[in-house]
Ligand binder design. Structure first.
Ligand code: ATP
Ligand code: FE2
Length: 334
């Protein structure tokens, strides 16, 4: 069976065709971006972007897969969590296509999809997932019939934190890759300065609000080199993420760490995760970048898993769930 996946929780509108065994035949997307400066994501604007691009993205996904709409047996879309106006575009598109082609449609949770695609494309089986993206920062693992959140951010997501700091410094959006580059430059310098920053870990939770204010003040004071700020920021923030991941691994007794989310593209974060796993004799897994960032392949794959597990959904009862939490979902497919 072939599944057409549709992703539209935030800035990415994606479409992908995946087969019943998990072979990804195509994985296409259009991403809403803003100009340099203070502009952020305005939900209405993002939804408009998705409406403009949805048909071409779906067409491309079908073309690249070498399949036609008539070959598709299931449609899966991300109905949670996310920005309501964006989620609606994905849902309307999915329902319309399902109705027109008389095929079933299913709505799935975006955060869980990040974990399941990791299990599909790496060798991980029962990992602790460090899900580090724009809006979301969670440490998730399977326990007692659900994917439970063992730790999370108490305020903003780590990606939004990076983007907000970068925007303040005039680096543009998205900030994560730009700060990574600057941090690497600092590492090359002979007289690099490590700047002490607030390190905020509470049990298995993290918080970035205070650190963000502190960094902005340091930048405004003009006393520090930008690359040293970027370097020290990365060392601090990623150490916080790795510490809570390790604590969740110790708590659950799990021996695998999986990375997910756009921030996990960062090579320094990957390196720190790898070292931590080696030190505690655990296995470390990271999917390639196209499956770390928001993508529709993961939505198609979770749709297939749920469908195979006999989870039925009815188009007229399906709705978006902007605030659904990872542990609201009963996992019947494991
Ligand atoms: P979600 O809706 O799942 O919360 P998202 O919509 O923000 O996520 P993602 O594609 O998962 O989307 O992640 C985007 C974030 O990843 C941005 O904040 C961006 O700055 C960050 N990012 C991307 N590449 C890197 C990198 N190399 N280093 C650090 N951060 C990065
Ligand atoms: Fe995501």
């Amino acid at each position: 069976m072939l599944c057409l996946g549709i992703e539209s929780t935030a800035h990415t509108f994606g479409a992908s065709v995946v087969d019943g065994k998990g072979k990804v035949l195509s994985n296409e997307k259009a991403v809403f971006t803003t100009e340099e400066g203070e502009g952020g994501m305005i939900p209405g604007e993002v939804a408009k972007h998705h409406r403009q691009h949805k048909d071409e993205v779906i067409k491309k996904a079908l073309e690249r897969s070498g399949k036609a709409m008539k070959d598709i047996g299931l449609i899966s879309f991300s109905n949670a969590p996310g920005l309501a106006p964006s989620l609606i575009v994905g849902m309307e598109t999915a329902k319309e296509l399902a109705k027109k082609n008389s095929i079933p449609v299913i709505g799935v949770n975006h955060c869980i999809a990040h974990l399941e695609i990791g299990n599909l494309v790496t060798e991980s089986k029962d990992p602790v997932l460090l899900y580090a993206s724009g809006v979301n920062t969670q440490v998730i693992a399977y326990e007692g019939g659900k994917y439970r959140i063992f730790g999370e951010t108490l305020d903003i997501g780590v990606g939004n934190f990076l983007d907000s700091f970068a925007r303040h410094c005039g680096l543009g959006f998205p900030g994560g890759p730009k700060l990574e580059k600057l941090a690497a430059e600092s590492k090359m310098k002979k007289e690099r300065k490590i700047i002490e920053l607030p390190y905020v870990v509470k049990g298995t939770d993290v918080s970035f609000g205070g650190l963000l204010t502190n960094l902005k003040q340091k930048f405004d004071s003009k006393k520090y080199a930008m690359e040293d700020l970027a370097y020290s920021m990365q060392e601090t923030v990623f150490a916080m993420l790795i510490e809570v991941s390790e604590r969740a691994m110790a708590h659950t007794g799990k021996k695998e760490l999986l990375l997910g989310g756009g921030v996990a593209c960062n090579k320094r974060l990957q390196e720190m995760a790898k070292i931590m796993c080696k030190e505690r004799d655990a296995e470390y897994f990271v999917p390639e970048n196209q499956f770390l960032v928001d993508n529709a392949a993961m939505i198609a794959w979770l749709g297939i898993l749920e469908h195979k597990a006999g989870i039925k959904s009815y188009a007229d009862k399906l709705d978006i769930k902007p605030y659904e939490r990872t542990d609201d979902v009963i996992v019947k497919w494991r």
